[in-house]
Design a protein around this ligand. Structure first.
Ligand code: G4P
Ligand code: NA
Ligand code: NA
Length: 189
């Protein structure tokens, strides 16, 4: 997606060796016009597949997920990162390990928001090591629902996530693919 690549080039900042900071339009300040274009793009890429629901994880997945849900006219459910020790009843859970932060989060979705006949599209802001998406896939398996595909705003193709999804035969669409950071520049492709 050309528009998104331009925004990454102009407004993104590279932190260390492998992190892209995009807090001007995605991870802190949000550009709703760009998010709408992103939602429309995902809706086109996953058109006519009978999607009944969008799944994502709080917090940064919510903006692109909501705009995709708007474009496809379906509800959006975000998995919560459970911070309390006592789980509410009737939830699906998965453990999500973050290599970046070296922490484990438990994510959860109330069972009443997923039905056996749902066909879901998973949306997230970044694909790095793929652990958040794997957590959602685990929940989808437990709920016995179909996953039509995964839509990612920014994929870092040099990290493990892509391969983990390919191994499972998941239909993956990423709107910007970053293959490297070189000399302080983002290399797409
Ligand atoms: P993974 O799900 O692909 O395995 O991600 P990983 O553990 O590597 O990353 C943990 C968090 O960092 C995730 O957000 C993920 O979206 C984010 N992240 C990964 N790589 C980048 C990057 O290059 N730039 C930015 N800005 N974020 C990155 P999270 O902890 O779920 O936080 P939230 O922002 O959704 O609340
Ligand atoms: Na995220
Ligand atoms: Na994030």
């Amino acid at each position: 997606m050309k528009l998104l690549e331009e925004r990454i080039k102009n407004e993104g900042r590279i932190l260390g060796t492998d992190v892209l900071k995009v807090d001007r339009f995605l991870n802190h300040q949000i550009d709703p016009m760009l998010m709408q274009a992103i939602g429309d793009e995902f809706a086109d890429l996953f058109a006519n597949q009978g999607i009944t629901k969008i799944l994502t994880v709080e917090s940064s997945g919510i903006a692109p997920a909501v705009m995709t849900g708007l474009a496809l006219q379906v509800p959006v459910v975000f998995a919560r990162k459970n911070k309390s020790l006592t789980l509410p009843d009737d939830v699906y859970t998965a453990e999500v390990y973050s290599f970046t932060k070296q922490t484990t989060n438990q994510i959860m979705i109330d069972r009443k928001f997923i039905n056996a006949d749902d066909k879901v599209l998973i949306i997230d802001d970044f694909l790095a090591n793929g652990q958040a998406v794997l957590g959602l896939l685990e929940i989808a398996d437990a709920a016995k629902i179909d996953v039509v595909g995964v839509g990612i705003v920014i994929e870092k193709t040099f990290q493990k996530g892509h391969q983990l999804l390919a191994e499972r035969g998941i239909h993956l669409e990423s709107l910007a693919k970053i293959k490297a950071f070189e000399d302080g520049e983002v290399v797409f492709g």
